[in-house]
Design a protein around this ligand. Structure first.
Ligand code: GTP
Ligand code: MG
Length: 231
């Protein structure tokens, strides 16, 4: 089975400079980057390490996921944001599940054995909001007995072609939530393994909490409204 790693970035030069040299790509048959239009030197770092760059015509993680599927002939793509949040020591874990026939493999920050950025404090607003969105997706669409604990996490493998086949049209950070929901609606096979979430190693997030929460709510309500339709 051919598995590609897709690096996702938008102006992350500080992160990629620190992280790319330390990554072990041996679990993958191909590595490429889909970039949202960085102007800060991120692309030079990729060039220095011989990483193929796919430039997005317009911004957004949704656009990046759709473009990634058109940019490789791999059977599945592992999406990875090289900013410190996602643990590269998980790289070898995806293949086993994909070769077993899973459609989507999610690195979960919420399941037993996992660690979430907020687990060190008692005040966990982001985890609580995430868990609301997890609960809604499971209650409404999960037809299996296995509860999906991290339906919105970006660190995941998706069998290539599914994002387009599921008619996914989310533009930004809701692409993964829409991916999980539509996979549930279609009875696809989703599996999770526990991961450790790290701190961002450089720079700032592009996703502000309140705005992102509202966009997620809109995504959820739209999926309720659409039911079995794609649009
Ligand atoms: N390809 C692509 N990647 C993007 C785009 N926008 C953001 N990203 C990347 O997506 C990843 C996740 O975005 P972040 O801003 O880190 O969001 P977050 O992980 O919720 O926030 P932090 O906890 O602060 O890291 C990062 O690697 C970004 O550079 C885009 O338009 N295109
Ligand atoms: Mg991040």
């Amino acid at each position: 089975m051919k598995i590609a790693l897709c690096l996702l970035t938008y102006n992350e030069v500080g992160c990629v400079r620190l992280m790319i040299p330390s990554l072990d790509f041996s679990s993958f048959d191909e590595v490429f980057a889909v970039d949202g239009g960085s102007i800060d030197g991120t692309l030079d770092v990729y060039r220095n390490y011989g990483i193929r760059i796919v430039a997005q015509p317009s911004r957004g993680r949704g656009e990046a996921f759709r473009l990634a599927e058109k940019s490789t002939d791999a059977d599945a793509i592992v999406y990875f944001s090289p900013d410190g949040n996602e643990d590269p020591s998980d790289f070898p874990k995806f293949r086993h599940f994909l070769e077993e026939g899973m459609d989507i493999v999610i690195a979960s920050r919420m399941m037993k054995g996992a660690f979430n950025e907020e687990d060190i404090s008692l005040w966990r607003p982001r985890k609580w909001v995430n868990n609301f969105f997890n609960w809604a997706a499971n209650i409404l669409w999960n037809k299996t007995k296995v509860y999906i604990t991290d339906s919105i996490n970006g660190y995941r493998a998706i069998r290539r072609g599914l994002v387009n086949k599921l008619g996914q049209d989310a533009m930004g950070y809701t692409i993964e939530y829409q991916n999980t929901i539509r996979a549930m609606k279609n009875g696809l096979k989703i599996v999770e393994f526990p991961t450790r979430e790290g701190q961002r190693i450089y720079g700032k997030t592009k996703a502000t909490s309140l705005k992102t929460g509202i966009v997620f709510l809109h995504c959820l309500l739209r999926e309720v409204y659409l039911g079995g339709r794609q649009k």
